[in-house]
Design a protein around this ligand. Structure first.
Ligand SMILES: *Cc1c(COP(=O)(O)O)cnc(C)c1O
Length: 234
């Protein structure tokens, strides 16, 4: 199947799971070259999400994302903050107050407002980034310190699901955090986007209220990681 056909099929699945709610489809473009990314943009994905700073810079220089908003969805190292702030429309993976601070300072020096999502380590996995759910209110209040950052919602990367339904409880918990904090008034934070769901579990995520999904393999085909590499090393 072509990338366009894959996108169409995902849209149908999302519509089936979502009912009437609008869900943004972010193409997770890692390890796919500029030509493939352009195909996904032409097929109408709502944004492109990149994981690695270097890969983003290379494809961005090739105008691979033209026509679609750019998101950063991977682990952002502190020494690479300056390369990303102001270059992407949304940084989805802000998993600490320290990173929020660095992004805020950089955005301020550029005279821009950077949109971000707060990443939640919803399954409490030791090896994953993201804040604990109980730290969320604190970091949303902390964001008031930076008029140059706007928190637009939440994202999570739950465990790789072995079978359908595995992650529904995590997605439901995310949804609860999203709704609860959406009712509160924060200076620089609003709950607009709930980013959760990947190739193996996006239908469940949408059923539990995701309004943004990040999908790679189901659009581009399975990635070839080579021996010994896993998703967690990205
Ligand atoms: C790779 C990646 C995805 C998409 O993964 P698939 O299982 O290929 O759909 C989504 N989110 C993040 C943060 C990723 O790194």
């Amino acid at each position: 199947m072509s990338i366009a056909e894959n996108v169409e099929k995902i849209r149908r699945n999302i519509a089936e799971a979502a009912g009437s709610g609008a869900v943004l489809l972010v193409a997770a473009t890692k390890m796919n070259d500029a030509a493939h990314v352009r195909e996904a943009v032409a097929a109408g994905v709502d944004a492109c999400g990149e994981n690695r700073v270097q890969e983003f810079l290379e494809k961005n220089a090739q105008n691979a994302y033209d026509g679609a908003p750019k998101h950063f969805i991977g682990h952002l190292q502190r020494n690479k903050v300056n390369k990303i702030v102001g270059s992407v429309d949304l940084i989805q993976s802000v998993g600490s107050a320290e990173l929020l601070t660095l992004i805020g300072r950089r955005a301020e020096s550029l005279g821009i407002v950077q949109d971000v999502l707060i990443e939640i380590n919803i399954a409490g996995e030791a090896q994953k980034s993201g804040i604990e759910p109980r730290q969320l209110e604190e970091i949303l209040e902390f964001s008031a310190n930076f008029s140059s950052v706007r928190v637009r919602g939440l994202m999570c990367i739950p465990p790789i699901s072995a079978q359908s339904g595995d992650n529904r409880a995590y997605f439901a918990r995310m949804r609860q955090l999203f709704v609860d904090n959406g009712h509160k008034k924060y200076d620089n934070a609003s709950m607009d986007f709930l980013s959760m769901g990947m190739t193996d579990d996006y239908m469940d995520a949408v059923r539990e209220g995701a309004n943004m999904v990040r999908i790679g393999s189901a659009i581009f085909g399975r990635r070839d990681y080579g021996a010994g590499k896993s998703l967690l090393e990205e």
